[in-house]
Design a protein around this ligand. Structure first.
Ligand code: PEP
Ligand code: MG
Length: 539
């Protein structure tokens, strides 16, 4: 048995084979060929292999992830028989004398684009399927692979590091846990793993080598230990622990459906954080009273182009409808820093966390911002929405953002498009500047939500992505607590509510302090909800 020690960032026990996440960049070159018939044959053979892979996945995955989810593989399989998909590829190889990889990529892209522009929401979603099918065929043609290697079905997935967009796209049914050589506890990757309820360990170092792929493994997301070829004693211990965790979760069930109250009857709003539409399922299961932070930028990650107004509208609307009147606070785009997207063409920066990110991008690209705001306002007609701006550090920024929101409302009214004109507009307090002028900002805000992840990074000057300086990051530092207290006092003086949506909100050692400071709301990852409700009931 090999024991690797890292840092647990998402709790839970996972037992299963270890697989390595392989990335293929799919750099497809446009190569000329002389033997078109031979190239078409090569394409037909790759298509056949892809079809066999998909047939197998459709049957093996039905048991593991349910028939409905496994249907996806059948849809992909059908694409491979569809003349609308096949004919243009064969045609291109024949007439333009290009290699099969290039023809598949180009024709697949065109078809995906056609789907993406369709009226019907279901058909639009098929654009991603076209991309997936093409990637599979290209991977076979070029002999490369993308995705887990070393295990079939549910695996403990290992990598040097996982980007937030990769993590966002993992299928929860086939990824039992994540194990990374590097990473940071406060990164969006870790946040996302917790939101999805996937146990995760970071910082396992180079000993987590690809040569271990396929070996049986066990992972403890609490202690941060990854066991390779665990002995039977360790497995028994871990199974016991898994059972204990299950019992603890069971004990929390008595707090389900109850209001969140302190001992003396003060009501606290207990909300959840999400990053995608599918996270709503976890929110509903967690019994949260609303969504205090919808990290909308996840709609922009893992794509090749900006999501249109309609695509965004449908996502926001779906979340609002599924939350059935409970409040949903949609944070506007917070791209930049660790969340990079190629098509934004952001400049390469020495210090991206101090650079062009979040509201700064929105104010310098007002059209992009207006598109998102239109989508949110349109969705506001279908539920209880609120808008929240990230990274505000000055009153002028807030006023500029609100002016753009005002123009969007005017345009929607002129077009007779329904929306809720009273949609509250709040801001995140996540720079020391905003906390220090929170008395001024409160006059222009409907609420404050304190983003302690960034507030900590900017106040203590510790990069949240850099694990090597973790010892210098005292999350209970007096400077941070003073800024939180100051923000809470200024919010209440102005008659607005104030919450915390950063990780610190889930720290049970600080719950009492926050309640004494007068915080009205705590928004945490769904898995913390019932625990926190119990903690608040003790205070
Ligand atoms: C924060 O900074 O605390 C926050 C909630 O925003 P994010 O973690 O997405 O930067
Ligand atoms: Mg932040």
């Amino acid at each position: 048995m090999i024991t690797l020690q890292g840092k647990g960032v998402s709790t839970g026990i996972a037992i299963g084979p270890l697989a390595f996440f392989e990335r293929s960049s799919f750099v497809v070159e446009k190569k000329s060929i002389s033997d078109a018939a031979g190239e078409i044959q090569r394409f037909q053979a790759a298509k056949q292999t892809a079809a066999e892979q998909l047939d197998e996945l459709a049957t093996t995955m039905a048991d593991k992830i349910g028939k409905e989810n496994a249907l996806l593989f059948e849809i992909h399989r059908m694409v491979l028989d569809d003349p609308d998909y096949l004919d243009p590829i064969v045609n291109m190889i024949e007439t333009e004398r290009v290699c099969a990889e290039y023809a598949v990529l180009e024709c697949g892209k065109r078809l995906a684009r056609d789907f993406a522009e369709m009226e019907d929401g279901y058909m639009r979603e098929r654009a991603a399927d076209m991309d997936d099918v093409s990637k599979r065929v290209i991977a076979i043609l070029s002999g490369s692979q993308q995705g887990p290697s070393g295990g079939n079905g549910p695996v403990i997935l290992a990598s040097d590091d996982f980007s937030p967009s990769e993590t966002a796209q993992f299928d929860r049914a086939s990824v039992l846990a994540l194990a990374a050589q590097r990473g940071a506890a406060n990164s969006h990757t870790a946040i996302f793993a917790r939101t999805m309820g996937i146990p995760a360990i970071i910082g396992l170092g180079a000993s987590l080598a690809p040569g271990l792929a396929g070996k049986p493994a066990a992972l403890d997301g609490e202690t941060g230990v990854l066991y390779i070829e665990p002995d039977s004693e360790t497995l028994t211990e871990l199974e016991k622990k898994r059972e204990r965790l299950r019992e603890e979760r069971q004990a929390l069930e008595q707090f389900r459906g109850k209001p969140t109250l302190t001992k003396d009857g003060r009501r606290i709003k207990l909300f959840a954080n999400i990053g995608s539409v599918t996270d709503v399922e976890a929110v509903l299961a967690s019994d949260a009273e609303g969504i205090g932070l919808f990290r909308s930028e996840f709609l922009y990650l893992g794509r090749e182009d900006y999501p249109s107004e309609d695509i965004q509208y449908e996502s926001y609307r779906k979340v609002l409808e599924e939350m059935k009147g409970k409040q949903v606070i949609i944070r506007t785009l917070d791209i930049g820093a660790d969340k990079q997207v190629d098509y934004f063409n952001l400049p390469t920066e020495e210090n991206p966390a101090l650079g062009m990110r979040a509201i700064r991008i929105c104010l310098t690209r007002p059209q992009l911002f207006a598109t998102q705001l239109r989508a949110i306002y349109r969705a506001s007609a279908h539920g209880n929405a609120a808008i929240m701006f990230p990274m505000i550090s000055d009153l002028e920024e807030l006023c500029r953002a609100k002016r753009i929101a005002g123009q969007v409302r005017e345009a929607l009214s002129a077009e007779n498009i329904p929306f809720n004109p009273e949609t509250p507009i709040g801001i995140m307090i996540e720079t020391p500047a905003s906390a220090l002028i929170s008395d001024i900002l409160a006059k222009e805000s409907d609420f404050f939500s304190i983003g302690t992840n960034d507030l900590t990074q900017y106040t203590l000057a510790v990069d949240r992505q850099n694990e090597s300086i973790r010892e210098f990051c005292d999350t209970h530092h007096k400077a941070i607590l003073r800024l939180i207290r100051m923000t809470a006092e200024n919010a209440h003086k102005a008659g607005i509510w104030v919450g915390i949506c950063g990780m610190l909100g889930a720290d049970p050692e600080l719950t009492k302090t926050f309640i004494e400071m007068g915080l009205d709301e705590l928004s945490v990852e769904p898995s913390y909800i019932l625990n926190l409700r119990r903690r608040i009931a003790e205070i």
